[in-house]
Design a binder for this molecule. Structure first.
Ligand SMILES: Cc1cc2nc3c(=O)[nH]c(=O)nc-3n(C[C@H](O)[C@H](O)[C@H](O)COP(=O)(O)O)c2cc1C
Length: 366
């Protein structure tokens, strides 16, 4: 297919109007400076990518204990919020739209990243398999997290609301609630990680409760039609799984249908979720085809798309917009290149995480 007849057309995701359907996927780059303030270069980095119909920011932690990797930016302090304000202004000045991805990693963390808070917190005290990065960029085995108490959950909702308020102050067009890739909200949804016996665990209805309460907390700051949710059914990244994935995520979608959200964003399990060598289930279903029709609002699909396969998914009605991750790292003008079928610059994995300009703001536009 040589046309981007659909990719290049405008679309409305709830209250957010996009000039095209090429979305920049959320991309953690681990370049934050002291105080978990987003790097001053992020202003240039995001402004370079303002040709996207929508930019979804890299995941931003909502509180100190929500952090899971070194040098990821937060959105809970005044200084962090001011840095985001500079980013948003630069994107808006170039005619772009940008939402903040709100993040709590749950058990995918290490106590060295938040020494004052101690062990990571999660629905249940179950350590993920494997190793993780400490505050000094060393690989160490995951610790067993502490199971969150009812009081911790009350605090968590306040933290989400504060982060949403800060995102509003910074001028973001909306927020995306990160409930994908095995982080906290996904840990509550799926029964491999949620063994609770209170009203946040057990039945599917109970496991969905926290996500819906978080959406409601965030809605105190942003209207529902400026709130998106990201999910990754059948994804195995971060040691995830559920005994009945299809039933669980159909129920999640039914719940989300009641809110009138800006969009639902799903990651295809066929793709690696963070650009590493994660195991990929070759038999995993195409989740856009499986779940798109169940969701009543706008739908973004991500995961391993090319220009042509993205256009095809739009033509097929499997999505309203396509999010591109790795290709946006190395092609700041990806939407423009797609429109004229220009060649793409390959990405360098070695500079995905950490460092400064190299592999961040030095990829050329045409
Ligand atoms: C370097 C890197 C960082 C990522 N960081 C995030 C993130 O912060 N939040 C998130 O939801 N997904 C994150 N992802 C997943 C991407 O948003 C996307 O779903 C994935 O890369 C698949 O899309 P692609 O094949 O177009 O790259 C990351 C992926 C990469 C490669």
């Amino acid at each position: 297919m040589s046309s981007t007849a659909k990719l290049s057309t405008p679309v409305k995701l709830g209250a957010i109007e996009l000039k095209n359907r090429v979305v920049m996927a959320p991309l953690t780059r681990m370049r934050a400076i002291a105080g978990d303030v987003s790097n001053p270069l992020a202003t240039t980095y995001y402004a370079q990518r303002a040709g996207a119909g929508l930019i979804i920011s890299e995941a931003t932690q909502i509180s100190p204990i929500a952090k899971g990797y070194p040098a990821t930016p937060g959105i809970y302090s005044a200084e962090q919020t001011q840095a985001w304000k500079d980013v948003v202004q630069a994107v808006h000045a170039k005619g772009g739209k940008i939402v903040a991805q709100l993040w709590h990693v749950g058990r995918i963390s290490h106590s060295s990243l938040h020494p004052e808070q101690g062990l990571p917190e999660a629905p249940s005290a179950i350590a993920p398999a494997g190793k993780t990065l400490t505050a000094t960029w060393q690989m160490e085995p995951y610790e067993t997290p502490k199971a969150m108490t009812a009081q911790d959950i009350v605090q968590l909702k306040k933290d989400y609301q504060l982060a949403a308020r800060n995102a509003k102050t910074a001028g973001f067009d909306g927020v995306e609630i990160h409930a994908a890739n095995g982080y906290l909200l996904d840990q509550f949804l799926q029964d491999q990680t949620n063994h609770r016996s209170d009203n946040y665990g057990g039945s599917i209805e109970n496991r969905i409760r926290l996500l819906s309460e978080v959406i409601e907390a965030v809605s105190a700051e942003f209207a529902f039609d400026r709130i998106g949710v990201r999910l990754s059914p059948y994804g195995t990244f971060n040691d995830m799984g559920d005994s009945d994935t299809t039933a669980l995520f159909n129920a999640v979608i039914q719940k989300l249908n009641g809110y009138g959200l800006s969009y639902l964003h799903m990651i295809e399990p066929r793709s690696t979720t963070a650009g590493g060598n994660d195991k990929v289930d070759e038999n995993a279903p195409d989740t856009a085809a499986l779940f798109r029709k169940a969701f009543k609002g706008a739908f973004i699909s991500a995961g391993g798309y090319t220009r042509d396969s993205g256009e095809q998914a739009l033509v097929n009605g499997d999505a309203d917009a396509i999010a591109y991750g790795r290709l946006y790292i190395s092609n700041p003008d990806l939407a423009e290149r797609f429109a004229c079928n220009a060649e793409l610059t390959p990405y360098d994995r070695g500079t995905f995480y950490g460092g400064a300009e190299k592999g961040y703001t030095d990829y050329p536009s045409l």
